[in-house]
Design a protein around this ligand. Structure first.
Ligand code: ADP
Ligand code: MG
Length: 689
């Protein structure tokens, strides 16, 4: 049996280390290093039939070659095949190369056709001279192109994969079939060996478009195996985690009823139900692994506070982690308000807490301070929790899976692990439920607090901006507060801040007597805090903001929101933003400003927001209208890395996974380990959790 890279011909230490860099450590890995595109060298195209943009193989005789001296010397070779002429252009060339292209030489090239000054060009094609009959044969397979690193050319990849494929074919490479042949239903899968052989060397006439998009059945077969492996690894991780011991937290009736009694509202039935589910988990001597879903405004924070209180009441630490500074600060404020009367003072840690303050916070955390609130900073090195009993991760879709797991790494000692509560407002696409969140228990808050009236939503063209501004003026005069959200897509913080500053100036100029302020991502935390405090207290009536306020900001008196460029945002994001108003008992409104011309699709999307405030329906519609590609940003994929699979492209594969995964886990745990090792590699870091 062959498995080591060194067993192949032509692999020395240098090549081996290049391969290692790409995560290739054995011959099997080589086979899982897949081409990302293909060149069709199975045919020779008549030059007369070419058009710019085509990537093709051509062949002809050298008519003329010359070194043209301009700003940079260039070797130009004119090829003629009886149907037309094309110029080969080389900017990098050796003097000897010109000799190779002597008049009359037959040359075969592969490259991209471009429109040049003098007819068609091919810039730096790959080429070979046809010197004898042996050179004439055309390939009967498509030529794969592999992702590579500097110094490792395509010829080496072909040489290496040729060897690996041959070993696979003659049975001297161990390549175990790990998918059960019977996947249930009438699904049939190609064997792994067949699929790999096809992907590395597709026959002439193969569907190149499908291959490049990785929709070919051979690739889908691998994608399925990969997705299954991710599902299994997450399930296994959560299963393992559950086997550890965790503090069994008893009911603290006094503390909890005091807390509930002090709340300015009554918990909804849904909140009470999920609190009970969480508390039942906390009472067990094994770590909770629970996902809490609830639409924007459904009141997840108070549920988190109840869980934290249970931990604190039992003498353990609770850590609350949020993805943005602003949201974490918001939690800090809510928790302070709720828990201060009970003598619980949260410790605050974000990356902006530095120097002596940071040291003080770290010391308090290590000494076992009951409640810790912060951002990613909580996961960083140097943060040592003394008695961590509960971790709450809010708006988890903003974090990567690995970040969440990193926090778990901190979760206490060998003997005691922390409970884990993950909260998210975005309806989770099935793709994520089946990968990043596989194996978590779920609770859903499916009810909004009473008295919430759906936010009245209108879409108005930016041409009527002046009208909208006077509407803001009227609302502010009537004692209401408003947000004006400036949105720019994928621009830097600096550009966003600038745009927001301009708008704030415009609005202040147009709204005498209204206190306008600005909050954006470039401000210092203390400044942001000051503005948010002033807004919350009512000293500011109009808050101009970038999308930093998208998540979690809670000012119940704000009842009007204007969103600029709304046609360019995703529905889920608009829904999140709009969720910042309608949190009190007054009727709230949202104005979606758009610029003309607006496409029918964009219009339809804004209509959906006008019609419904149900986050799940909005997400579904969004998926339907835009396709999954745009709906699931990279952030939402939890930063999972896939080699073949793609969470948006391969949605239809996901149906297959749960039953197969369940069967493998219960009947064939060894297979599970092998799958995980093949696709995800060494998970020992997580296993140590
Ligand atoms: P989200 O689920 O979006 O995080 P929050 O926890 O921020 O929602 O709650 C939204 C608002 O609703 C907050 O102002 C919160 O105090 C309030 N709230 C939460 N639960 C209730 C309830 N049962 N009745 C009335 N208001 C509530
Ligand atoms: Mg929230």
């Amino acid at each position: 049996m062959v498995s080591e890279l060194r067993d192949l011909h032509g692999i020395g230490p240098r090549l081996e280390s290049s391969l290692n860099q790409l995560g290739i450590h054995g011959v099997q890995d080589l086979l899982f290093h897949l081409p990302f595109r293909y060149e069709d060298r199975t045919r020779i195209y008549p030059i007369g039939s070419l058009y710019p943009g085509a990537r093709v193989q051509i062949e002809g005789e050298v008519e003329h070659s010359a070194i043209v001296r301009g700003r940079r010397a260039m070797l130009v070779v004119v090829i003629f095949d009886g149907t037309g002429r094309i110029n080969l252009r080389f900017f990098h060339f050796r003097a000897a190369q010109k000799q190779q292209f002597s008049k009359g030489t037959r040359v075969r090239c592969y490259g991209e056709v471009r429109a040049g000054f003098r007819g068609l060009d091919m810039v730096h094609p790959s080429y070979k001279r046809i010197l004898n009959e042996r050179d004439e044969a055309v390939s009967d397979r498509l030529t794969p192109v592999y992702p590579s690193v500097e110094g490792l050319g395509q010829a080496s990849w072909i040489r290496l994969t040729d060897q690996a494929l041959a070993l696979m074919k003659n049975g001297s490479l161990e390549l175990e079939e790990l998918l059960p042949t019977d996947l249930g239903g009438n699904l049939r899968v190609t064997s792994l060996a067949k699929a790999l052989a096809y992907i590395h060397r597709p026959p002439a006439g193969a569907d190149v478009a499908a291959l490049v998009e990785r929709r070919h059945p051979a690739q889908q077969r691998l994608a399925l195996e990969e997705l299954l492996s991710h599902n299994l690894s997450m399930q296994q991780l959560h299963q393992r985690q559950r086997k550890f011991r965790a503090p069994a937290m008893k009911l603290e009736p006094d503390l909890e009823s005091e807390f509930v009694g002090r709340l300015p509202f009554i918990l909804t039935v849904a909140q009470q139900r999920v609190i009970e589910e969480i508390q039942a988990d906390l009472a067990r001597a094994h770590p909770m692994q629970r996902l809490l879903q609830g639409d924007v405004g459904s009141g997840k924070t108070v549920v988190a506070a109840m869980a934290a209180l249970r931990a604190v009441g039992n003498g353990f630490q609770a850590a609350i982690m949020a993805p943005t500074e602003l949201l974490a600060e918001q939690h800090l404020r809510s928790f302070r308000e709720w828990l201060d009367p009970m003598g619980i003072d949260p410790v605050w840690l974000s990356s902006k807490v530095t120097g002596k303050k940071r040291q003080l916070a770290l010391d308090a955390i290590e000494a076992g301070a009951p409640l810790v609130i912060g951002t990613h900073a909580l996961m960083q090195e140097g943060v040592q929790f003394g008695r961590l009993g509960l971790v709450v991760v809010d708006e988890q879709h903003r974090f990567g899976v690995h970040q969440r797991l990193a926090l778990l790494d901190k979760a206490g000692t060998e003997s005691l692990h922390a409970h884990q509560l993950i909260m998210t407002a975005t309806p989770i696409p099935r793709t994520l439920a089946m990968t990043a969140y596989a194996g978590l228990e779920t609770s859903v808050i499916d009810e909004l607090p009473p008295g919430r009236k759906p936010v009245k939503t209108v879409a108005i063209s930016n041409e009527r901006r002046a009208e909208v501004i006077s509407r803001v003026a009227a609302a502010c005069a009537a004692g209401k507060q408003a947000y004006w959200v400036c949105t720019l897509i994928e621009e830097s913080d600096a550009v966003q801040a600038q745009a927001a500053e301009d708008v704030a100036r415009e609005l202040q100029a147009g709204l005498s007597g209204v206190q306008v302020s600005l909050v954006h991502g470039r401000m210092k935390p203390a400044e942001k805090q000051q503005v948010m405090d002033a807004f919350k207290s009512g000293a500011i009536q109009l808050l101009v903001a970038t999308t930093v306020i998208e998540v979690g900001v809670d000012v119940p008196n704000a009842s009007l929101m204007i969103i600029e460029n709304s046609e360019r945002l995703g529905l889920a994001q608009l829904h999140q933003l709009r969720g910042r108003v309608g949190r009190g008992d007054q009727q709230a409104s949202c104005v979606l400003l758009y610029s003309r011309p607006i496409g029918t699709l964009a219009k339809e999307r804004l209509n959906i927001l006008r019609e419904t405030s149900d986050g799940f329906r909005i997400a579904e519609k969004d998926l339907e209208l835009r396709g999954p590609g745009e709906v699931l940003g990279t952030r939402q994929t939890g930063m999972l890395q896939f080699r073949v699979a793609d969470l948006t492209r391969d949605q239809q594969l996901l149906e297959t996974i749960p039953p197969v995964a369940d069967r493998l886990l219960s009947e064939n745990p060894q297979q599970v380990d092998k799958l995980i090792r093949r696709w995800i590699g060494d998970t020992s870091r997580f296993a140590a959790v």
